[in-house]
Design a protein around this ligand. Structure first.
Ligand code: GLN
Ligand code: ZN
Length: 763
């Protein structure tokens, strides 16, 4: 092994390939179009390409272990042998038992054998989902061969300086779930032993090993703190040839700093984009034997680095601890960033010049290292200063009208004119029956619908052709809903390919990449819109469609909007002004849309805030601040509505205990929530809190093709009625139906309505 000083690195490189190669080969493999060997060969090519990219950029080390066919936390579960028994019980054919197939089975379940998949959760506050490790008394932990060791060996043999990246044992266990009465921390010693042996194997080909412990940037219990110390002592004591870089990111260490400093690790990585406030204290207190990996290049966003600001941070650290102990790095893994800006042909050159994707970020890391060493001319720095300045002041970014309007927002603009009980009376004109039925917005998106949108986009059909096609679809959806007997109808959202992109495309201040894909989970990637400037509406965005839909029926048609927080959370957001401010700008644009819908005669308007919870900061102490501006934004968007207009909102999850008072603060007349899988249990908290407005708990899971029976729904509704009085209960599915097939949708809704009719007659 050649020993190489760690100087510059990224914490992980996107595994998906610059043209989504990983998705393509994985899906081909699932469809049996390619063999396992072909899949493995494609993966090998991808990994080597990524290593070459990092090496070409000039980084001192390349990341290994960041590649995964599905999810790296799942790979760690396999490395530890923590396989839930349901996946190994029937493992008698070779095909199902290879390491990769096992991973796919665990991630996706096995429909034929009726084995449910493992659960997925968001990785901290990113949009990346990991497969949640499950611990029960039946878990055995035999150490299995693992990809990270093989990859690290291969990289070393090919002449790269590998730096394996592994989730640390503390974060791994903290993110796992207990099943039954089992306490997974009982297995800590076994887990440590396996880590020790893996670290030992890795140390044959790597001088530095990165262990990711982002939980250090969250609130920890005293018990976890104690365990942390012991764990790292054991890991470090046993390590011979290599050193551990303890990687923290997504925030600041604060009260956990001591843990990191006394961990005995040879290096500490800090996120200096999100957690810059810790720079001074860490630099001053870093033990002399520790190196400081400074995450100054944002791994979670797409903006070009402000070199002079980053350099300022590096100088400060250098002044405290000396150049030889400073390592330049991305703030976190580049997993959260698209691959290569050079693949973009449609973003104009001015905007493109403001951005950097993963490939470019590697170059920036090296450039910063060279700047710190005075190896490149100051001219480069000056050019960057100009560029950053130009971005901040460009007329494409700054819209004084928008900014003025934001500042002139008055307190009364956050409140409806009347309180809910008054509004409820004024909304009687809607003539809704008891237990009103509705859906969340979208109806099945058939291939024909997608194809038509694509043709219109590419100019293959005219605007008139497009509109009349969509109108036919809407007419049909309206007719189907009338036949079913739903009370509040929707237009079905056929014109929307995505609930955020649809609005972003019609707003000033947004742009879109062609290929800026980021892995959300497994083979699902997303292409977030990019918010680069002040946001305003060009013209009404939804009114024509909703108005048309309303003209097809005498029943109330819900106008369907995406809320400001959700638009914000699912985009790459400009970093030159606070997120709260961007959110307020979006809120004002939505407020105008609400007014236009009202003027067009729409009586019910739903503003989806699917992502409200996702935006929660990692530290509890920061939650109130976020929830204040986030719910303010919702209120600003919705409160211009007349008291006679019924405002709905929808959220996509069921853990609401910690945010119930904020949901109440949003003061929507009706809120729909996901609840079927919790068996209505989540309504308990609404009852305890005495949530005053109307609630539509989802009565069936839309993620599965299963059709719920009438009796099952009656059962759920009866449960719901134990918590919520019937005057305030709505009936709807858990979420939108766009991913479902028509036949199952119609059957499910038919059963839902029969269940409601049954209950109405019973009373
Ligand atoms: N109105 C959207 C739909 O039905 C809501 C989707 C969501 O909450 N994710 O598709
Ligand atoms: Zn939803």
């Amino acid at each position: 092994m050649t020993v190489n000083t760690l100087k510059s690195h990224c914490l992980g490189f996107p595994r998906i390939g610059s043209n989504r190669e990983l998705k393509k080969v994985t899906e081909s493999y699932w469809k049996n179009l390619i063999s396992l060997d072909e899949l493995l060969a494609a993966a090998e090519e991808l990994k080597q390409k990524n290593w070459q990219t990092q090496k070409n950029a000039g980084l001192s080390h390349v990341a290994t272990g960041d590649f995964s066919f599905y999810d790296h936390i799942l790979d760690t579960t396999i490395m530890l042998g923590a396989i839930p028994p349901r996946f190994t019980a029937n493992c008698n054919t070779q095909k199902n038992c290879s390491e990769i197939d096992l991973a796919f089975r665990m991630a996706r379940g096995d429909v034929r054998q009726n084995i449910p998949a493992m659960q997925m959760m968001k990785w901290f506050d990113t949009n990346y989902h990991y497969i949640v490790p499950e611990f029960s008394s039946q878990i055995l932990l035999p150490h299995r061969s693992c990809g990270i060791v093989r990859d690290t060996k291969t990289a070393a043999q090919l002449g790269f300086s590998p730096k394996p990246v592994l989730v640390g044992p503390m974060t791994y266990l903290a993110l796992s779930k207990n099943f039954g009465n089992f306490d997974r921390w009982q297995l800590l010693d076994n887990v440590i032993e396996i880590y020790q042996s893996v670290l030992h194997e890795l140390s044959e080909s790597a001088d530095w090993i990165q262990l990711d412990e982002p939980i250090l940037c969250t609130d920890l219990s005293n018990e976890t703190k104690n365990t942390f110390q012991k764990t790292y002592q054991k890991l470090n004591d046993n390590l011979k040839n290599s050193k551990i870089l303890l990687a923290t990111y997504f925030g600041t260490l604060d009260e956990n700093l001591e843990l990191a400093l006394s961990s005995g690790c040879a290096g500490l990585h800090l996120d200096l984009v999100r957690g810059n406030s810790q720079l001074d204290s860490v630099a001053k207190r870093l033990p002399p034997e520790m190196i400081f990996s400074a995450g100054v290049v944002d791994g979670r966003n797409i903006w070009r680095t402000d070199l002079s600001s980053a350099l300022g941070k590096l100088w400060k650290i250098q002044a405290e601890i000396g150049r030889e102990r400073v390592v330049i790095a991305s703030s976190c893994s580049l997993l959260h960033c698209p691959v290569d800006l050079n693949n973009e042909t449609k973003i104009d050159s001015e905007l493109k010049n403001w951005m950097a994707f993963s490939v470019q970020k590697c170059d920036e890391i090296v450039l910063l290292s060279d700047l710190l060493d005075g190896k490149v001319s100051e001219k480069i720095l000056e050019e960057n200063v100009q560029l950053i300045q130009q971005r901040k002041t460009s007329p494409r970014v700054v819209d004084e009208k928008v900014q003025k309007r934001c500042v002139s927002v008055q307190p009364e603009m956050f409140r409806r004119n009347e309180n809910y009980s008054e509004r409820k009376k004024l909304q009687q004109h809607l003539n809704l029956p008891l237990l009103p039925t509705t859906t969340i917005g979208s109806f099945p998106q058939t291939n024909e619908i997608r194809e038509t949108r694509r043709k219109f986009r590419n100019g293959e059909i005219t605007q008139t052709q497009y509109e009349s096609f969509m109108q036919n679809i809407i007419t049909d959806v309206v007719r189907k809903q009338e036949e079913l007997g739903l009370d509040v109808l929707v237009h079905g959202e056929p014109e929307r390919n995505d609930m955020v992109e649809y609005f972003g495309e019609q707003l000033n201040g947004f742009c879109f990449s062609e290929n800026g894909w980021v892995q959300s989970y497994g083979n699902r990637y997303v292409k977030p819109p990019i918010i680069f400037g002040d946001i305003s509406r060009k013209q009404p965005m939804t009114v024509a469609w909703i108005k048309f839909a309303q003209s097809q029926t005498a029943k109330p048609m819900k106008g369907m909007l995406t809320g400001p927080v959700t638009i914000l959370c699912w985009s790459f957001v400009r970093d030159d002004i606070p997120r709260a401010e961007v959110c307020r700008q979006i809120a004002l644009a939505i407020r105008d849309e609400v007014a236009d819908l009202e003027n067009a005669g729409i009586k019910i308007i739903q503003i989806d805030e699917a992502a409200l919870r996702e935006g929660l900061p990692l530290r509890k102490r920061d939650a109130d601040d976020y929830l204040t501006w986030a719910t303010d934004a919702f209120c600003l968007a919705s409160s211009g509505a007349d008291s006679r207009t019924q405002i709905h909102t929808h959220i996509c999850y069921s853990e609401v205990n910690s945010i119930i008072r904020w949901l109440a603060r949003m003061d929507a007349d009706v809120i729909s929530i996901e609840s079927s899988r919790s068996g209505m249990k989540i309504l308990e908290v609404f009852q305890e809190f005495e949530y005053p407005n109307e609630i539509g708990p989802g009565v069936y899971d839309i993620h599965s093709p299963r059709v719920p029976s009438k009796d099952e729904i009656i059962g759920l509704l009866k449960k719901a009625l134990q918590y919520i009085p019937k005057e305030r209960l709505w009936v709807n599915p858990d979420c939108g139906l766009k991913t479902r097939e028509w036949n199952e949708t119609l059957e499910s809704l038919k059963n839902m309505i029969e269940a409601v009719l049954h209950l109405r007659n019973e009373k």
